[in-house]
Design a protein around this ligand. Structure first.
Ligand SMILES: NC(=O)c1ccc[n+]([C@@H]2O[C@H](COP(=O)([O-])OP(=O)(O)OC[C@H]3O[C@@H](n4cnc5c(N)ncnc54)[C@H](O)[C@@H]3O)[C@@H](O)[C@H]2O)c1
Length: 350
């Protein structure tokens, strides 16, 4: 059990008991469970069996994938909530990966000026990262997460057994954010990850704890929390450009590429040593598979980093490493440094 900003994060086999107690106490007028077709099939039946309070909940099923983080789908969900007469005392339960929690959190955070929502993450990425911290949002005008709110959930219930049905590619996708968390803030975790052979649930708990520490210190993302964006300046640019050109890439895969690029920039700025840089690149290339990026799109990717919402006055601001296990925020980066880092990234994929 981890305390966050006005809510509790429960992890483990007994979370459904905690969820039942939570629901009994809160007495919501209506419960709406948001899921996609995969979590509908693999996670919803177990949830309903284990948590009897949800037997009459309404189910909203959306299509899986990043394309669902759209304003169009938000409109449909708001219309559906209105058609069910959902009032201020209704609850949205996000049962899914980061797409479901980002979307459902956003829908709840503005419906009737805000109704409660809780997250029951079912992907590794959502368990270790996206379900905690209160960032909600959708993609808009081709830019990732460009519309959203920071609204904390009323509870997070992490049941690692849901991962049994998660495809392998999505396990690696979630591991990417755990490696990021280690690189920016926990050298001991980094060493453990280097020698780990299998996914251990303690990695999820540690990742949540580390993220929660940043969030509690800086809920509105104005200072120390920005460290969590390591790998994301370049990663989001890669993801936005590739998704627009219909190349299949997952968030964690883009962030991993971004971590290689931003480690290269950290080296260039003498924030990490050559030895540390080699250790990072060697570890990540041993643990993950990297595909080359289309070099023809590098120009667009650099342009997308200039539009990143983390920037001020159109100057690229990045969160970089400051040694392994430490970070430095608000580092000015030039478009040329981004381009060179993308070229370096492709050189290690050959
Ligand atoms: N809000 C935040 O703080 C934050 C942080 C990191 C990432 N994100 C966002 O999270 C999103 C990515 O999240 P994701 O990787 O979880 O993607 P996702 O929600 O698309 O889930 C990945 C895939 O796994 C399937 N799935 C999920 N749980 C399953 C299970 N238990 N069994 C079988 N299949 C299952 C889903 O249906 C989907 O096909 C991105 O949009 C990213 O921007 C948000």
């Amino acid at each position: 059990m981890i305390k966050s900003l006005g809510y509790t994060i429960y992890i483990g086999e007994k979370v459904f008991k905690d969820l039942s107690s939570f629901l009994k106490k809160q007495k919501y007028s209506n419960c709406f469970i948001l899921c996609d077709e995969n979590t509908f099939k693999h996670c919803l039946p177990g949830l309903i069996i284990q948590c009897k309070e949800l037997k009459d909940a309404e189910i909203f099923e959306i299509e899986s994938g990043e394309n669902s983080k759209s304003l169009q789908l938000c409109s449909q969900l708001w219309e559906t909530l209105l058609s069910y007469n959902a009032d201020k005392n209704a609850l949205i339960i996000n049962l899914g990966g980061g797409v479901v929690s980002d979307l459902g959190g956003f829908v709840a955070s503005v419906y009737k000026r805000g109704i409660d929502f809780i997250n029951i993450p079912t992907s590794l990425l959502a368990m270790a990262d996206a379900s905690v911290g209160g960032k909600t949002g959708i993609d808009f005008s081709g830019l990732k997460n460009s519309i959203g709110t920071i609204t904390q959930p009323k509870g997070v219930f992490i049941f690692p057994e849901f991962l049994e049905t998660l495809p392998k590619r999505h396990i690696a996708n979630g591991m990417a954010e755990i490696y990021k968390m280690a690189l920016i803030s926990d050298k001991v975790l980094w060493k453990k990850l280097q020698s780990a052979k299998i996914l251990d649930n303690t990695f999820i708990t540690r990742s949540v704890l580390l993220k929660n520490n940043f969030v509690k210190k800086d809920p509105l993302d104005k200072g120390v929390r920005k460290a969590l964006n390591f790998g994301h300046t370049v990663g989001h640019a890669i993801e936005s450009v590739l998704l627009a050109s219909e190349v299949d890439i997952l968030h964690g895969e883009a962030v991993l590429a971004g971590m290689i690029c931003e480690s290269k920039i950290s080296l260039k700025k003498k924030l990490i040593s050559k030895k540390e840089f080699d250790e990072i690149v060697n570890t990540l290339t041993q643990k993950f598979t990297f595909a080359p990026l289309p070099a023809l799109l590098f120009g667009e990717m650099v342009k997308a980093t200039v539009n990143d919402k983390k920037n001020t006055k159109l100057q690229i601001q990045s969160a970089l490493l400051n040694g392994i296990g430490k970070n430095k925020i608000n580092v000015a980066v030039t478009p040329m440094e981004i381009l060179e880092s993308l070229e370096f990234y492709n050189s290690i994929t050959i």
